[in-house]
Design a protein around this ligand. Structure first.
Ligand code: ACO
Length: 440
């Protein structure tokens, strides 16, 4: 019998089945042959929240969560963060290889020439309430792009796909910056093609109408570039899964990206960086850290920015962000919240509760502190995450479309509701006792 197989004995029937192992995994469809009789549907796998289910094969990002390793297309995140620009890494993630000099020049030039947004999108953004959350504006505006680019529905046309990728990578910083300016009541700033991707983003955020040209601080622009590199992709996370799932229905990339961004906005995912800052505000000072840790251990609150589904070791991105913070604080001055964060980390890393559950700081634990020192308000943090992650979503989307094994994503369920029952007329309905857990 070949070694890379599993033998399963069905104790209901006594029958044995040999199923192949595919790259160390059982194909769930191979379980379907295990039946008690011809009317039996066959065995399914049951895996709420995909705790142990691979939904695809992917060549984009490699993570070893136990060892704390993250690589894009095989390259360690530490090397990319040190040596590359964000757009160089974006090219690598999207197209599989680091660009040559001329490929990079052409890519940067094309992205730069797609940074403008249609004037009607500006008007669309004007319609948001003055205190609209920037992430809500971001999600809705990305979705609205679908109505401006109807050609995007040609998802099987490689040229069309490439054009939408250029548009999205080019326009997300502009939309993010406009959401920010809108929330402050400031006029929008058009992109400046003479600046780099992150410098231009900073100009659109912070240039004042009276200034002829925005002079970005090079240290802050580089820090933002590094943060963008660290956030660019993270394999099959919640938002990438949303992108693939919506994209699998052959929806266009704008609405699929909007769906992914919506998933990112949740506090258990990209919304955590905002939640970390609010938590640090609530703690207030280093003296209050031990009491807060006790609240976490009692299960009253979660320590935001800690823990990860995949990393059961220090998140390598958090380590790089900590180094970047030092550079940023030399320019902006030290964010006093850093002391609270460092104390939280110090206590948590030696406390049995966190050690036994392998809870370490994740990417969001320190990123918010840097963003705040740079002048961002917490409600912008998740938008800052969404800009670079758009690259990852698009790479995952493209890979999904080119994968012949993929179909519309449609999980099975185990039905636990009523069996057949017949309609009861209103006059005969007696009502029911509502259990305490269902009362509203
Ligand atoms: N604080 C306190 N306890 C925690 C935390 C936390 N941040 N995270 C997990 N735990 C505990 C759980 O209570 C659970 O304990 P138990 O076994 O006694 O019940 C155990 O650790 C396992 O936690 P799960 O929720 O089962 O782990 P899961 O893999 O489902 O969750 C998640 C991962 C959602 C990231 C979780 O760690 C969390 O909520 N962290 C805080 C939010 C956060 O920082 N999210 C950002 C993630 S990174 C990203 O998306 C970019």
């Amino acid at each position: 019998m070949p070694e890379d197989t599993l033998t399963i004995t069905d104790n209901r029937t006594g029958k044995s089945y040999t199923v192949p192992l595919f790259k160390g995994a059982v194909r769930a469809m191979d379980l379907r042959q295990i039946k008690t009789g011809p009317d039996d549907f066959g065995v399914m796998s049951y895996d709420p929240a995909f705790m142990n289910t691979a939904s695809c094969q992917s060549a984009i990002t490699f993570i070893d969560g136990d060892k704390g390793i993250l690589r894009y297309r095989g390259y360690p995140i530490e090397e990319l963060a040190e040596k590359c620009t964000f757009l160089e890494v974006a090219y690598l993630i999207l197209f599989g290889e680091l660009p040559t000099e001329s490929e990079l020049r052409e890519w940067v030039d094309k992205v730069t020439h797609h940074t403008m947004i249609h004037e009607n999108i500006k008007k669309f953004m004007d319609g948001f309430h003055h205190d609209a959350h920037p992430m809500g504006m971001f999600v809705s505006t990305i979705a609205a792009l679908s109505t401006f680019y109807p050609d995007a529905k040609n998802i099987h046309d490689r040229h069309s796909r490439h054009l939408q990728i250029l548009r999205l990578v080019g326009k997300v910083p502009t939309i993010a910056a406009y959401a920010y300016r809108h929330s402050l009541g400031l006029p929008y700033v058009y992109p400046d093609n003479s600046l780099s991707y992150t410098e231009n983003f900073m100009s659109m955020l912070w240039k004042m109408p009276a200034e002829p040209k925005y002079e970005p601080n090079p240290v802050l622009a580089r820090a933002l570039d590094i943060l963008f590199i660290l956030h660019a992709d993270h394999e099959q996370n919640c938002s990438a899964n949303a992108m693939r799932s919506v994209g699998s229905a052959h929806a266009d990339p704008y609405v699929a990206t909007a769906a992914a961004a919506a998933a990112l906005s949740g506090p258990l995912h990209g919304g955590a960086n905002e939640a970390v800052l609010r938590m640090l505000d609530e703690i207030g000072s280093v003296d209050n850290v031990p009491a807060y840790i006790e609240k976490v251990k009692a299960g009253h609150v979660r320590l935001m920015g800690f823990g990860h589904r995949i990393y059961k070791n220090y998140d390598p991105r958090a380590r790089i962000i900590k180094q970047t913070a030092d550079e940023v604080f030399k320019v902006t001055g030290r964010n006093p919240k850093l002391d609270i964060a460092l104390e939280l980390e110090r206590i948590a890393l030696q406390d049995e509760y966190f050690v036994s559950r392998k809870l370490y700081p994740n990417v969001d634990f320190y990123s918010g502190i840097i963003y705040q020192a740079m002048g961002f308000t917490p409600d912008m943090f998740t938008v800052l995450f969404a800009i670079p992650r758009t690259v990852g979503w698009l790479a995952q989307w493209q890979e999904m479309l080119e994968d012949p094994e993929q179909k519309i994503a449609r999980p099975r369920q185990i039905y636990i509701g009523h069996g057949l029952r017949h309609f009861v007329p209103m006059k005969d309905r007696t009502g029911r006792e509502v259990p305490e857990t269902q009362k509203v």
